[in-house]
Design a protein around this ligand. Structure first.
Ligand code: ADP
Length: 372
């Protein structure tokens, strides 16, 4: 696995259970996945990545940032890369993603590629005076996403996009009037088998995911079917292998629109480790190893995951274990081993059960023990 963050770390127990020898190429010493880090190296350096790849059977990722030329060099050297460069490019570039999904006839917000401020102002004028501008590459957790009423609000982004080695274009989208945000996770193996977990509701605060409810309340039936069909069409259409997360908007007029794609285990699937027959980390391993996929059913009516954002102002998460464990014996705590810092995802808590209000309360109050 290339990348040593919390996703690589959470892959470790799944790999141990299956007896899979997981090796991690981490960006730096002491990262979340240090326990499995075979080596530390620069994932943008072809020689480093090729050298690492010699020690493994399959290469996969905990992030989407490995450059295309490095990915292509791996493929040319005969290394199975999952997901491969032809799929990953759509997770690396939001403009390419919008273009491809539109070609596939999948539901996306109204969008345009804009090269100069005048084009952006024209789009804003045609869409009720406001729009969402996104940098095509390198954004995460809401960075690189801005609601604007005038192109002047993102003038520095046009300059930066031109310097990025890209086309200099920005992505602009209609400001979607959504009721809530949803996510549909699926896993696909090279042979084509696909498995879908239940559709989930995600709650974002300031562009960062704070909570996930599985399954999404009031989603049984048409909504769940549409979301699963869309995600499977994307997985097949883009040839994704491994876990694919499709972030969706449920609009006030009952449409489902695709927002974002991630081709790896995703925050919106963390609940599955404790709430589903097969968690996303095990499923990702099965998928990239082209093994039959596991069941995606749930153990309980509801699973709720709450992120621990920032952590305690002083000390470490473990300092709060006595209080959390004494008061919340059914909550499952996941600690990423990261230094607490404002806004940083340092862990999460999952609660499961049959009464949604109780499960939400339990997950939120257990997570709150770790926050100041
Ligand atoms: P990131 O790369 O940070 O994941 P996203 O494209 O997912 O960026 O956008 C972050 C958040 O901004 C979304 O979760 C959503 O709340 C909001 N957002 C993004 N696009 C739109 C849109 N077209 N209309 C309304 N809100 C949007």
């Amino acid at each position: 696995m290339i990348g040593g963050g919390q996703l690589a770390r959470m892959m470790v127990p799944a790999a141990i259970e299956l007896g899979v020898d997981l090796r991690v190429l981490a960006e730096a010493e002491g990262m979340a996945a240090a326990i499995a880090a075979e080596r530390v190296g620069d994932y943008t350096d072809t020689a480093t990545v090729l050298d690492f790849a010699k020690t493994v059977d399959v290469v996969t990722f905990d992030h989407e940032h490995v450059p295309q030329d490095v990915l292509r060099a791996l493929v040319d050297a005969g290394v199975p890369v999952r997901p491969g460069p032809d799929a990953l490019r759509y997770a690396q570039d939001k403009l390419l993603m919008r273009e491809r999904l539109s070609e596939l006839g999948l539901p996306v917000p109204d969008w345009a590629r804009v090269l100069v401020p005048a084009e952006l102002d024209a789009f804003i004028a045609e869409h009720g005076g406001a729009a969402v501008v996104k940098t095509p590459r390198g954004g995460y957790d809401g960075k690189g996403v801005r609601v604007v009423r005038s192109a002047a609000e993102v003038s520095e982004w046009f300059t930066a996009a031109a310097e990025d080695g890209g086309s200099g274009a920005l992505l602009v989208e209609e400001l979607v009037d959504f009721r809530r945000e949803l996510a549909q996770l699926v896993a696909r193996r090279p042979s084509g088998e696909v498995a879908a977990w239940p559709l989930v509701e995600t709650v974002q605060v300031g562009g960062v995911c704070s909570e996930v409810i599985a399954p999404a309340p009031k989603s049984a039936g048409r909504l769940a079917d549409v979301a699963a069909d869309v995600a499977v069409a994307i997985a097949d259409g883009l040839g994704v292998t491994g876990v694919l997360a499709v972030e969706l908007f449920e609009t006030v007029d009952d449409r489902v629109l695709v927002n974002e794609l991630a081709m790896r285990p995703h925050n919106s699937g963390h609940w599955s480790m404790d709430g589903a027959t097969t968690g996303q980390f095990e499923q990702h391993l099965r998928a990239v190893l082209d093994l039959p996929l596991g069941g995606t059913g749930t153990h309980h009516a509801w699973s709720v995951m709450v992120n621990i954002l920032g952590g305690p102002e002083e000390g470490q998460l473990v300092d709060r274990y006595p209080e959390a464990m004494a008061n919340h014996p059914t909550a499952k705590v996941h600690n990423y081993g990261k230094e607490p810092r404002p806004g940083r995802k340092v862990g999460h808590v999952t609660a499961v059960g049959d009464d949604l209000d109780e499960v939400v309360y339990e997950a939120r109050s257990a997570a709150a023990v770790f926050q100041d």
